[in-house]
Design a protein around this ligand. Structure first.
Ligand SMILES: [Zn+2]
Length: 687
């Protein structure tokens, strides 16, 4: 089965076909131990390059009573022993690994296990937990043996699992469980050594200590399984484990009362006179609740002089009046802060910057010039950063006192993972779980400082799921960000398939005039006074970016929504679609806010060629590009089951003409037409 196979003159198949029940095939179906190996990355110091040690170099191997034992290595010594433990579980095989007996001066910095070799064809695709989930179609013929085709970590967008998706539906799954969500880990998928094979790898990045040099046990298991199906059926194996965990249940039990009725987010930027009136107007026009995600309210230029967010860039009287106007209209408001960056050029850097920052392997400070206009460097803070954290905590308390409902703490969910080698820090150098532990303790303090105050962060943080009420996902605008196009790269809602309803998700970069915002505090706008009506050149970009995430159960979000966008005839059609989408989302919130995602099945519909403007907030005039999706399905869809047992598909036709469709899923079967720029639900059998 090929995804996006052309079906006649103008049709496509969306998502994966469903292969039987899609369940894991169990332990007996997992390949034999000859297909499982390990490798290590070792070094004598973190200033030296890593050297790879493989299972094939070990002097002896034996299999005994559910254990694989390798002993003796030319570099790590004759007593060096690696033991893999194998246990049958319902889904497949649960693997654990430890080593001991290293009496050399080499440190083990990474353990890659299992490395599971499986068969593939040239049409085999792979699923990786990138962004909210990505299916990739590697060009296997161009990939050298052992070459990696996909990797992800130590930050994960989607759940901690990968899969190799067979053309015939025979697929392979590998995960990380237990406390893995706190650890510095990685997944890789690589070309196999033998023709017609590929390798799934789970990688643990170790804390570097005298004890871990001698012996170490990877502190979480990995489950390997064969299954029938595509990305959804693979992710569903992990979902079933996640849904049994206390931390998931705690997250899912929250009531999200402040956000439950939100039908539109406005990701607006600037002073209250710009950000607030369009949100108020939308609430008056629809009677629905808007959440304002308020950027560029702060005095400092965006991505410059963090964390000096306070005071606002306008008089306190008008700033507070803006908050009150949102509340008076029934809305919710949260401002931007960054929970992770400290500007190296901040006057207060000398008072604790070097003590707080992440230092990379090799000794450099982890520092990025995000803003090409102010060109200032922002350093990434370690979880062990009390001076920085105290400064941010003060900012968040001040924001709450100003009357905000919550606050956005940028980057943490997406980026507060991985390693630090800062010699000033008490935590072990390298990986382990110190980074997440430090950030979790810091976020818990912000929560304790501000009872009832909602916290929001960037993208998908499994490690922080129960500590934030909402996540922003903006990669529903994936073409704009250069993520890739079909059929090589397909974004899929794997995060939502596991976590929907346990945290509020919103976001898109959909801008009704297609033009990114400009912070006046960056200086002169290099684009000058732009008059071109970009929405005529890219007539579908807004609709596609806007509805893609909603079809995945995200709260509708528009970006840089200005008063003229709600009042000018120029934007009237798109504004009407915004209002219709908000109404549909609100009317179906039992599915789209609270429901459980079901298998997407097979949707056949027309495809459209869509050109997108590839331009973000920091794109310079000579960097603007156009990217084209040649065969984008004109109908997006998903399938849900509500808590009360309603099962239904939601479909949206984002195109400017009526579309015929045919949908077949385990829950819903339907065919018909759907009008241009409209939503519909198709009921399945109630259970
Ligand atoms: Zn550190």
């Amino acid at each position: 089965m090929r995804m996006y196979a052309t079906m006649g003159a103008c049709a496509a198949v969306w998502a994966c076909a469903t292969f039987g029940s899609g369940v894991a095939l169990g332990a007996s179906a997992v390949l034999g131990v000859q297909d499982v190996a390990f490798s290590l990355k070792i070094a004598k110091s973190t200033d030296e390059p890593l050297k790879t040690v493989s299972a094939a170099e070990m002097k002896s191997f034996r299999e005994e009573a559910g254990r694989l034992v390798w002993r003796g290595h030319p570099v790590l010594g004759n007593s060096f022993t690696v033991t893999a433990e194998r246990k049958s579980v319902a889904e497949g095989v649960e693997w654990g690994i430890k080593y001991e007996g290293n009496d050399t001066d080499w440190f083990v910095e990474e353990v890659s296990f299992p490395e599971w070799t499986v068969p593939r064809t040239d049409g085999t695709k792979v699923f990786v937990p990138r962004i909210c989930g990505m299916v990739m179609a590697p060009d296997w013929k161009k990939v050298q043996p052992r070459q990696t085709v996909a990797r992800q970590g130590p930050g994960f967008g989607a759940p901690h699992c990968i899969a190799v998706l067979g053309e015939d539906g025979n697929s392979f799954y590998l995960d990380q469980r237990g406390e893995a969500r706190f650890h510095s880990t990685r997944f890789e998928i690589a070309q196999g050594v033998e023709p017609g094979t590929c390798v799934l790898r789970s990688v643990c990045i170790l804390p570097i200590t005298a004890e871990s040099r001698r012996a170490y046990r990877v502190p979480y298991p990995s489950v390997a399984a064969k299954f029938r199906g595509g990305w959804f059926e693979g992710v569903a194996i992990h979902r079933d484990w996640v849904h049994g965990q206390k931390w998931y249940k705690k997250a899912a039990a929250r009531d999200f009362s402040k956000l439950r009725d939100v039908a539109m987010w406005m990701w607006n930027r600037g002073r209250s006179e710009v950000t607030v009136p369009p949100a108020v107007k939308f609430m008056k026009d629809t009677g629905l609740k808007v959440a304002l995600d308020w950027y560029w309210w702060h005095g400092v230029p965006y991505d410059t002089y963090y964390p000096n967010f306070w005071p606002p860039r306008e008089p306190m009287s008008s700033f507070k009046a803006g908050i009150e106007a949102i509340h008076a209209a029934g809305g919710y408001v949260q401002p931007y802060t960054n929970g992770m960056l400290w500007d190296c050029d901040d006057a207060q850097w000398a008072e604790g910057g070097d003590d707080s920052t992440i230092v990379l392997r090799g000794g450099k400070v982890k520092c990025t010039m995000f803003n090409p206009y102010t060109r200032q460097r922002q350093a990434w803070m370690c979880g062990e950063a009390p001076v920085f954290q105290d400064r941010v905590r003060l900012v968040e308390r001040t924001i709450r006192a100003a009357g905000m409902d919550g606050v956005y703490m940028d980057m943490i969910g997406h980026a507060a993972h991985g390693c630090c080698y800062n010699p000033r820090h008490r935590h072990p150098k390298g990986g382990g779980r110190h980074m997440v532990d430090g950030y979790r303790a810091y976020v818990e303090k912000v929560r304790a400082d501000n009872p009832g105050f909602y916290l929001s962060t960037e993208e998908q943080g499994e490690a922080y799921l129960e500590l934030f009420e909402s996540f922003i996902f903006v990669h529903s605008s994936l073409e704009r960000f250069g993520v890739g196009t079909l059929p090589q790269k397909e974004l899929v809602p794997a995060f939502q398939a596991v976590y929907h309803g346990a945290v509020v998700v919103f976001g898109s970069y959909a801008t009704i005039d297609d033009r990114p915002p400009w912070d006046e505090r960056w200086g002169e706008n290099p684009f000058g006074e732009e008059t071109e009506e970009l929405e005529k050149k890219y007539p579908d970009q807004f609709a596609v970016e806007f509805v893609r995430g909603v079809a995945w159960g995200q709260q509708p979000t528009v970006h840089k929504f200005l008063m003229e966008h709600a009042t000018s005839p120029r934007f009237a059609a798109d504004y009407a679609f915004m209002k219709d989408t908000a109404r549909f989302y609100h009317a179906n919130s039992d599915l789209l806010f609270d429901g459980e995602m079901r298998a997407p099945g097979r949707l056949t519909c027309g495809v459209e060629r869509v050109a997108f403007l590839q331009r973000g907030s920091y794109t310079k005039p000579d960097g603007v590009k156009e990217v084209v999706q040649n065969s984008l399905p004109a109908v997006f869809h998903s399938v849900w089951r509500s808590k009360k047992g309603r099962t239904a598909a939601v479909l949206v036709n984002w195109s400017r003409k009526e579309q015929a469709y045919s949908l077949e899923t385990p829950d819903v079967k339907s065919r018909g037409t759907i009008p241009a720029r409209s939503w519909m639900s198709v009921e399945g059998e109630a259970r």
